[in-house]
Design a protein. Structure first.
Length: 540
């Protein structure tokens, strides 16, 4: 009997995942499958598997396509994280991946739903589509219309918008996010025409989605939305008026006058501002900051007899915000349990959440980015929020923390004892396991240093990497201390005072204390050495 050829890894994993997703189940998990899904280098195998499946004529809506989609999103996100840390290999892989997609698109092997699937995967991974792929998508659109290349025909989007509005069942936030995903990679001229189509739509959800485009990541789309709304002020609903006012200062200062013009024009047409609808927060949870500076906050809000779970991610600014649908008690508890299992979430106050959000908005604006429109939906779930951009200076926060320390903790002997035992803080704050450096510069330093024992490598990294980034780590430890202080109000036992020890360590790091005399910082160096060893093994 002839020996059966084993299926490629991408197909095997995609098939298992697709079957589970088609039945409404959570994708299966195993060491082999999870490793493949997190392997950015395997994204090419996944792409080729998808293309081969489509070439076989098995259809774009089969379970196997769902599986390939799941793998693509995970692998692209893994590459994006490496790209953010400056890894040349990841940057090159993403460039080559987009060239491969463009090639399949030009050759007609990726069209319609399948091409949209890849574009959405790139969007959700936060990857800007390359000029080559955009051109290939534009050529595909030109093949289906009589347009001159480079022009934008609103008819291309009108039917798409109508179908998206129907699928989103009147939820303007879903309409806006779905349009961003679907249009990712389309020519900019075509994307900027979305707002004009939305403002004259018969659907109230579509008209409200036009307002949410004022927070689109692309400045040209924000500008087009502002122009369309100013020219069609009657399209602004009272609820949209409230959103316009709430988001005004979430936009770059130079763009705020556009909001004022829309508001004045709408008021001239007799449009009033709606009040905030009832809402609230039954529970607010926040994580500490991981080594990349990422912090997750989750809010539990009432939704009739159900609950709504919202999530906010801050990382170099307020990066992501989404508000889930109302869920029954069992489903909600399962979602919350999964979230708390993955991240060390602790109860915090509404005032703390407000400060984190206001700081995140300002940091994002300083980087030239607007917060996502989902932040408005969270504000509505809370029953209203006056979130204005306001950066918190970490040195001022450190000063407040030190001033709140009991006098006996500030004596030289007490400080020395705290620093000497600072490696014990890992137990009080498990997120410190993620505190390490991992980027292209660090990898090069390790490579140049040659083979070393882990102990010697950690000492080398402490002096040549951590020392140079002392201020970054002082700031991260300050935010950790502030978070622990906030969470300590709901805690008891020895961990409740851990914020004091983190504040003392943060001050020592900020003041130039010898890092070799601070065991917590030595732990960061060891974590970095282990991370580099793992990366070298994976590359090998």
């Amino acid at each position: 009997m002839p020996r059966q050829t084993e299926r490629p890894a991408a197909e095997r994993h995609a098939r298992k995942i697709g079957v589970a997703l088609a039945k409404g189940r959570t994708p299966p998990s195993s060491r082999e499958l999870d490793a493949f899904a997190q392997d950015g280098g395997a994204v090419f195998e996944t792409l080729e598997g998808l293309v081969a499946h489509l070439a076989a004529g098995d259809g774009e809506d089969s379970p196997l396509v769902y599986g390939y989609d799941y793998l693509l999103r995970s692998q692209l996100q893994s590459l994006r994280f490496q790209q953010d840390r400056g890894y040349d290999v990841a940057i090159g892989m993403l460039e080559n991946f987009q060239r491969a997609v463009a090639g399949h698109t030009t050759a007609g092997r990726l069209r319609g739903t399948a091409l949209s699937l890849v574009a959405v995967a790139l969007h959700q991974a936060g990857i800007v589509i390359s000029a080559d792929l955009t051109a290939a998508i534009e050529d595909t659109l030109d093949d289906t219309t009589e347009d001159v290349p480079g022009t934008a025909d609103p008819e291309i989007l009108t039917g798409l918008i109508e179908s998206i509005v129907e699928l989103c069942e009147g939820n303007a936030f879903l309409v806006a996010s779905s349009l961003m995903e679907t249009a990712h990679g389309m020519p900019l001229a075509l994307r900027t025409s979305m707002a004009a189509i939305l403002t004259v739509s018969q659907s109230a959800a579509a008209r409200e989605a036009a307002v949410l485009l004022l927070l689109d990541p692309e400045p040209a789309i924000r500008s087009a939305a502002a122009a369309a709304l100013e020219s069609q002020p009657a399209s602004v609903s009272p609820r949209s008026m409230r959103r316009l006012i709430a988001m005004r200062n979430w936009r770059p200062p130079a763009e705020r006058a556009e909001i004022d013009k829309i508001v004045r024009a709408a008021r001239a047409h007799g449009i009033d501002c709606a009040g905030w609808e009832p809402g609230g927060a039954e529970e607010i949870l926040s994580s500490g900051l991981d080594g990349s500076g990422a912090q997750t906050s989750m809010v539990v809000s009432p939704a009739g007899r159900r609950k709504r779970l919202s999530s906010i991610l801050c990382k170099n600014g307020l990066q992501d915000a989404w508000c889930g649908p109302p869920e029954g008690k069992s489903q909600f508890r399962m979602m919350l349990a999964e979230a708390t299992e993955e991240v060390d979430l602790r109860r915090v106050s509404r005032a703390y959440l407000d400060r984190v959000i206001c700081h995140g908005i300002q940091v994002a604006l300083d980087a030239g980015a607007c917060p996502p429109a989902g932040l408005l939906e969270i504000a509505e779930a809370l029953g209203g929020a006056d979130w204005q951009p306001q950066r918190l200076e970490w040195r001022a926060v450190l000063g407040e923390l030190l001033a709140a320390l009991p006098a006996e903790r500030r004596t030289p002997a007490a400080v020395a004892a705290t620093l000497a035992a600072s490696d014990d803080l890992v137990l009080a704050c498990p997120i410190t396991d993620s505190w390490f450096e991992d980027d292209q510069e660090v990898a090069r330093i390790v490579q140049r240093s040659g083979p070393r024992s882990t102990e010697k490598q950690a000492a080398h990294l402490l002096q040549n990497v951590i020392e140079r980034r002392r201020e970054k780590w002082a700031e991260l430890i300050v935010w950790t201390a502030a978070w622990l202080r906030e969470a300590s109000a709901a805690e008891s036992g020895p961990e409740a005072g851990a914020w004091q020890e983190f504040a003392i360590v943060a001050d020592a790091v900020a003041q130039g204390h010898d890092l070799g005399q601070i065991p917590l910082m030595e732990t960061v160096a060891y974590n970095t050495a282990y991370a580099m060893e793992d990366a070298a093994r994976s590359a090998g």
